[in-house]
Design a protein around this ligand. Structure first.
Ligand SMILES: Cc1ncc(C[n+]2csc(CCOP(=O)(O)OP(=O)(O)O)c2C)c(N)n1
Ligand SMILES: [Mg+2]
Length: 359
């Protein structure tokens, strides 16, 4: 961090102190957002140049993700993320190389050894639960982890993260009800970007705010502006502290903007008007947080230039590293999926028999 003058220094300290953070935290939060964005943009370039099959993006969600994940205790608490959670995964300790290995589905990909589709992040060491493709199932995993934490006396909080469309799944009702009854240390985060693929929120939900539903479980429901990183941080800190104190779950709904199509296989201009897309750009959390930090004296030209060079080097390194890494062995495609014949476990009938031919 570079503080150019006393005035800037006073302001920077002031903003950090308001949220009981250090100035270095504010800088690190912005860096994580910028890194997530740069990695995400690179993934699209790789996709459009035929080097990566599929991208699902967190662009527009980074402010909410960084602010909300920041209060978690690294390698202690648990996160059950979803496919847009690039910035979340970076906050809790996954590296750009880890994320790019998943993007290229390489053998050394810590998320799944290249078994899952891109965007399905996971990391046992950093307590990131592998993303499940059926949306919302992660809240059941989080409720189970929160129960285990309680039973084992581990003081761990489990955070489940999903979109507003996914919040309509029955799993959410069951997990919230259970977690609320037992006051489990769980936080449910809804990143509401107004769409479930091409379906607008008005056709997904009969309420304006998903957070309204929290009262039906007797838990707090908080709506927060996902472009306000520090408001997201404050809401999450309260929810995480509350969970750790044994007072039960909180539902946090962050209103965010989805800056890209649903995925690399989607074209959002087919179902969103030009004016709506332009309005979405005004809610990009990155320039909003940048302006706030510049105004507070946390960022200046010199600090930004250093940060940009650092982020760019990390993206180049991760891309080159992951692109050069070996693919998984085809022979191992069914490992951990079906029974092991050598160990006397039966194969399903359509599993290739050892040596080829129908099983
Ligand atoms: C149970 C289930 N139903 C449908 C899908 C297909 N699907 C994948 S993402 C998605 C949209 C989810 O929207 P939302 O929860 O709002 O998250 P967003 O992508 O907008 O962040 C759907 C319907 C799925 N993966 N799982
Ligand atoms: Mg959505």
């Amino acid at each position: 961090m570079t503080i150019t003058d006393q005035e800037g220094g006073r302001k920077a300290g002031h903003l950090a102190a308001e949220y009981a953070l250090a100035d270095s935290d504010l800088h690190a939060m912005y860096r994580t957002m910028a890194l997530a964005r740069a990695l995400d943009e690179r993934m699209w370039v790789l996709n459009r140049s035929g080097r990566a099959p599929f991208v699902i993006s967190g662009q527009g969600h980074e402010g909410a993700q960084v602010g909300i994940a920041w209060p978690l205790r690294r390698d202690h608490d648990w996160v059950a993320p979803y496919y847009r959670s690039i910035a979340t995964c970076l906050v809790v300790g996954m590296t750009p190389r880890d994320l790019m290995l998943a993007q290229f589905a390489r053998a050394s990909d810590p998320s799944s050894g290249g078994r899952q589709m891109p965007g399905h992040y996971g990391h046992p060491g950093h307590h990131v639960v592998s993303v499940s493709s059926p949306v919302a199932t992660q809240i059941l995993h989080a409720a189970g982890i929160a129960l285990a934490s309680r039973v084992r006396g581990l003081d761990q909080v489990a955070m489940a993260i999903m979109g507003e469309g996914s919040s309509n799944q029955g799993d959410v009702h069951e997990a919230l009800n259970f977690a609320a009854i037992h006051r489990l240390p769980m936080v449910l985060v809804i990143e509401n970007n107004g769409y479930a693929i091409s379906v607008p929120a008005a056709k997904e939900l009969a309420v304006q705010d998903v957070a309204d539903r929290a009262s039906g479980y007797g838990i707090p429901g908080v709506v927060v502006d996902g472009t306000d990183v520090l408001a997201c941080y404050a809401a999450s800190r309260e929810a995480v502290d509350r969970a750790r104190r044994g007072e039960g779950p909180t539902l946090i709904e962050a209103k965010v903007t989805r800056l890209t199509g649903h995925s690399s296989d989607d074209q959002q201009s087919k179902y969103r008007s030009a004016s709506e897309l332009a309005e979405g750009l005004t809610r990009d959390p990155l320039p909003i947080f940048r302006a706030r930090l510049r105004e507070a004296g946390v960022l200046d030209d010199e600090a930004e230039a250093a940060l940009a060079a650092d982020v760019s080097a990390a993206v180049e390194d991760a891309t080159a590293f992951a692109e050069a890494a070996p693919d998984p062995e085809p022979a191992g495609a069914l490992d951990h999926v079906f029974g092991d014949a050598a160990a006397g476990e039966p194969h399903p009938p359509w599993h290739p028999a050892p040596g080829g031919g129908p099983g």
